[in-house]
Structures are given as structure tokens and as C-alpha cells.
Design a protein around this ligand. Sequence first.
Ligand SMILES: Nc1nc2c(c(=O)[nH]1)N[C@H]1C(S)=C(S)[C@@H](COP(=O)(O)O)O[C@H]1N2
Ligand SMILES: [Mo]
Length: 317
Amino acid sequence: MSHLYKSVPVRSSEITPKQVYLSRRDFMKAATLATSAALLAACAPSVTAQPQDAGPVPTSNATDELGDMVNTYSDITTYNNYYEFSTDKQSVASLAKDFKTTPWTVEVGGLVNKPKTYGVEDLLKLFPPEERIYRLRCVEAWSMVIPWEGFMLSKLLKAVEPTSDAKYVRFETLLDKKQMPGTSSPFYPWPYQEGLRLDEAMNDLTILATGLYGEDLPAQDGGPIRLVVPWKYGFKSIKAIIKIELTSEQPATMWSSIAPNEYGFYANVNPGVDHPRWSQVSERRIGEISRRGTLLFNGYGDQVAHLYDGMDLTKNY
Ligand SMILES: Nc1nc2c(c(=O)[nH]1)N[C@H]1C(S)=C(S)[C@@H](COP(=O)(O)O)O[C@H]1N2
Ligand SMILES: [Mo]
């Protein structure tokens, strides 16, 4: 997909391009069924030794617009906040390994003229994804640079035609207790839900992401489809979306219902407003040793500061 990404093998046995590798896996299945010694001999023995989904690991030398390198594929896919699976970031990937991302539909409704339920494959056809390299700043004060693929949420919202009463957009994550072990915890008011003001949702920076590093969005990163709002703390960027609803009232959000004094509706990245339990002045970029200063609006002020003209960002945090 993206010319910026090369598949560089980490092991010599992974040199095979992904398509060839996958067809070889299919071939292996066929070969096993056929139980033909000749066929099996024709397969490279190394293939049989590979773990199920060991494909080439994508790498990239791309940077964000500030010149910072994108994080590695491994950083982005093994250090995840996704409470439906686990509160332990490093356990999410393995717990989400078999999460079923197809078929998948997103219901778009509420205060719109043309409500519609879209299959993800329809969305990809209607709104071909483009690459967006964004910083992600978690409210816990770590950050990454992530090469997403996605499309502007505004395109989808325009297609359903919000009515003049629509002022907010509400998002909801799938709640499937069978697939998501973390959702048996009664502490959290599942399903995960989030919200944006309509003008925030319509901003050009706001995307629905469907890919990462030129590949399908992995389950642990919110696949098959998640929101990315790069100037807000990471918890606004809700994963595995099944429902988008236009509303007249500000929607409830998971984190602001759990701890309204700690997590506001706006949640704009702001080094000038501390979390009640820690400072937001600096952050730990995953992969770096020393901390770096946190930027107002996560460095996207030119594109979004105008949305908050006249608002006191220390009160509306
Ligand atoms: N449904 C859902 N979406 C979620 C979360 C979650 O627990 N559940 N965690 C959020 C938080 S706190 C962050 S920092 C980002 C992390 O995204 P990543 O794991 O792809 O880096 O996802 C956000 N979206
Ligand atoms: Mo986060």
C-alpha cells in the first residue's frame, strides 16, 4: 500500500513476501491434506517451523511533520491500552490475537437524514484510506508516533447528512464478553463510549483508521476500525467502533463517567493543566530515554486552536 514501508525480514526464513508466504501457508494446508511425501518435500522445511502468523515485520524510516521517527511496528502493536482485553498493556496483543474483525458493521444514525449501517468493506470503497502519521499522547504521559491509514470522519458524516439539531457525535465500541475478557470486570461501565463536538468531528485531522504501517489495523490497535483524534489524549480515540450516533446533547463518555474530576469531555492535550495525580508537562516517547516536553494540542494547534476560541481550557479540560 504505502511506498514508505518496506517489509524488511527479521529472520532469513521471513524473506518471502507476505502474499507468497500466505499462499504457501494455504499450500501447506493442502499439502497436509494430500499427505503426499513428494509435496511435503517440495515445501521449505523452514516454513513448517514458523509460528502461525509470522509474516514479514514492516519497518519504516518515515517521520511526522516535526521530524520525529515513527515508532516501530512492534512498539505500536505490543504496548496497548485496551481495557476490554486487559489493563496490562503488554497482555492486550496476545488476548486480542483471535478477535474476529470480519464481518464488521458500523451503524451510523441519530440526528441524520440518511442513517445507514455500513460494512467496513463499503467504507473502504466509499472513502479510500490515506496515510496519516500522527503523534498519540496518552493521558498517562507516554506517547508514540503512528503511521495510520484512514479516512476523514467528515466524509462519512457528510454522507449521512446531520440535521441542524446535531451538535455532538457519540461513538461506541463492541461489547462481546466472550471475546473480550476484560469486560467481565464490573468496575467499568461497558460498553466503552466516547464523544466529540460536531465541529471537532468534522475537523480534517479527525480520522477513522483502518490500517497501520500499510497493513490492516491489528485488533489490539482497535481493528477493524477506530477513531483517531491526535490533538486529544489517547482515550478519546475509541477502538473497534460499532456505532456512531449524532446527538443534540453532549454524550456521556467512559472515562468522564468513571472519574469526572480527572477526565473531562474535551481532553485536549495541554501541558498547562495537570492531571490531579500527575503532571502533564512532559511525556515519555516510547523508544526514547529522556522525557520530552508535551506540546499544547499535542502540536496540532494551528489546525485546531480556533475550535476553542473564547473557551477557558483550564475549566473545560
Ligand atoms: N474501546 C477502547 N478504546 C480505547 C481504549 C480502550 O481501553 N478501549 N483505550 C484508549 C487509550 S487510553 C489509548 S492511550 C489509546 C491507545 O491506542 P493504541 O493501543 O493503539 O496505542 O486507545 C484508546 N481507545
Ligand atoms: Mo491512554
